[in-house]
Design a protein around this ligand. Sequence first.
Ligand SMILES: NC(=O)c1ccc[n+]([C@@H]2O[C@H](COP(=O)([O-])OP(=O)(O)OC[C@H]3O[C@@H](n4cnc5c(N)ncnc54)[C@H](O)[C@@H]3O)[C@@H](O)[C@H]2O)c1
Length: 256
Amino acid sequence: MIEGLKDKVVIVTGGGHGIGKAYSLGFGQSGSCVVVADIDKPAADKVSAEIVQQTGAHALALHTDVADEGSTKEMAAAVRQHFGRIDVLINNAAIFATIPMNRGRIETIDPDEWDRLMAVNLKGLFFCCRAVLPSMRAQKSGKIINIASGTVFAGSPGRIHYVTSKMATIGFTRTLAREVGDDNINVNVLAPGNTLSEENPSQEVIRLRQSSAGLRALKRIQMPQDVVGAMLFMASPLSDFITGQTVNVDGGISFL
Ligand SMILES: NC(=O)c1ccc[n+]([C@@H]2O[C@H](COP(=O)([O-])OP(=O)(O)OC[C@H]3O[C@@H](n4cnc5c(N)ncnc54)[C@H](O)[C@@H]3O)[C@@H](O)[C@H]2O)c1
């Protein structure tokens, strides 16, 4: 699908569902060795089997909880053992839809849910990066792509814990980019817009996803596949001189 990704070892956290699944299949179509690391192991197994059947690429499914540092170290060790290296990390896992969150106003958000969401959406990035960096530093190459959200640019009434966690990925990325540049490692953010990522969406979910269409320069609903091209570009050698940046893929809602 894109030059330069063949045989690259790519970890997609949260690759068992939604947009992460679309990234995983896109990397498979590009000939990468795809690691689908998800807290939902049966879902990761299914995506891994689909990659092998549809593309003939190598794939590995892992049970990983990104909020547990031990689990992220096991993930990195399993990938090194299986494929011998780690070229790309996509920090996509989040509490979002498959594991849902409260989408209400600030007064309704339970402090325990705030903590759990930060542990997955934000500390998960910290743990996954720390787990793969020894390999990338030793190789003197690597790409890390952290997933934010279009919600951070305009703000969004409701789910303030989620929006806060996603905005923080941008500061995290800019700092890490400067910390690892000497080892030839790129760190960037990809921010999808409101995307219909649910596998069996209810009418209410379709309405929610449809609500952004009229705000776009390109007036249609955003699908997982719409984000895959930018992802493959950011993971490929075509983007070797881009680091610390935020790539916004929302059909033209926010102009950065
Ligand atoms: N769909 C959208 O509108 C949209 C918009 C902007 C950004 N995003 C972001 O894109 C990413 C994917 O979103 P999606 O719509 O596919 O959501 P999703 O909820 O369908 O997918 C999230 C995946 O993460 C996994 N996961 C959850 N907790 C985990 C944990 N502790 N450890 C490992 N895996 C875990 C889930 O099992 C699931 O496979 C998320 O980071 C989300 O915040 C989504």
